[in-house]
Ligand binder design. Structure first.
Ligand SMILES: [Zn+2]
Length: 224
């Protein structure tokens, strides 16, 4: 995270990120206490979804940590946090199905996922080094070309967050269709939707924050 001149521009993004974090904590917390009526664990739900969609070669593993769930495309493995792996809660089934949604995207060659993967290295550099280059270019006038390079790098990081949005929304909409009637029944589906919507807001908040950071850098460039 980077502060500096024009920090006030970041405040709405920080507030939205804070709100989104409280939402996911409370919604996930609530629905991880609601047992699903069919009694399927997160691990069983993931296995069943993958098998039903011809993805028997994709492994399902438990990993430590809370909400550390993810799909690893290089290892072709769905990793579920221990809490979700063993739990039969509505939240556990929803998260497991979401990660299987990413596995399905991978299997079907869903192009935003490939674009996102391609942007990872430059986005990592851009979000950390980009602002530093901008500041260096402003302080040392003979290196002013660094300002534009820093902004371009940071723009790539912003683009990464933008492309993450369709990838995450699509995985969740796939997940909700996959569990309906199979692992969750009736109102449980609304619970799953609430959990995945709260998770989606964290990605929206991060993207907005990144946009505001980009705006801050452009403002510094124009005011120098
Ligand atoms: Zn996801």
């Amino acid at each position: 995270m980077y502060f500096g001149p024009g920090w006030w521009l970041l405040v709405p993004g920080m507030l939205l990120m804070f709100w989104a974090q409280t939402q996911i904590k409370s919604t996930y917390g609530r629905y991880s206490q609601v047992a699903s009526s069919l009694g399927v664990t997160g691990a069983q739900a993931a296995r069943q979804i993958l098998d039903n969609n011809g993805l028997r070669d994709i492994a399902v593993e438990a990993v430590p940590g809370e909400l550390s769930d993810h799909y690893d495309p290089s290892a072709k493995t769905v990793r579920l946090s221990e809490g979700n792996f063993y739990s039969t809660s509505v939240a556990a089934v929803a998260v497991a199905a979401h990660e299987c949604g990413h596995a399905l995207q991978d299997a079907k060659g869903y192009w935003p996922m490939n674009v996102r993967a391609a942007l990872v290295p430059v986005a990592n550099i851009g979000s950390s080094v980009g602002p530093m280059l901008v500041m260096a270019g402003i302080f040392f006038s003979s290196f002013s070309f660094l300002v534009n390079i820093g902004i371009l790098l940071f723009a790539a990081a912003f683009l990464f967050h933008v492309v993450t949005l369709p990838v995450e929304f699509d995985a969740s909409s796939r997940a909700l269709k996959l569990v309906d009637g199979e692992m969750l029944q009736g109102e449980e589906n609304q619970g799953a939707r609430k959990v995945l919507t709260a998770a989606a807001w964290t990605y929206v908040a991060t993207t907005l924050y990144s946009l505001l950071q980009l705006g801050q850098l452009l403002m510094l460039r124009n005011n120098r």
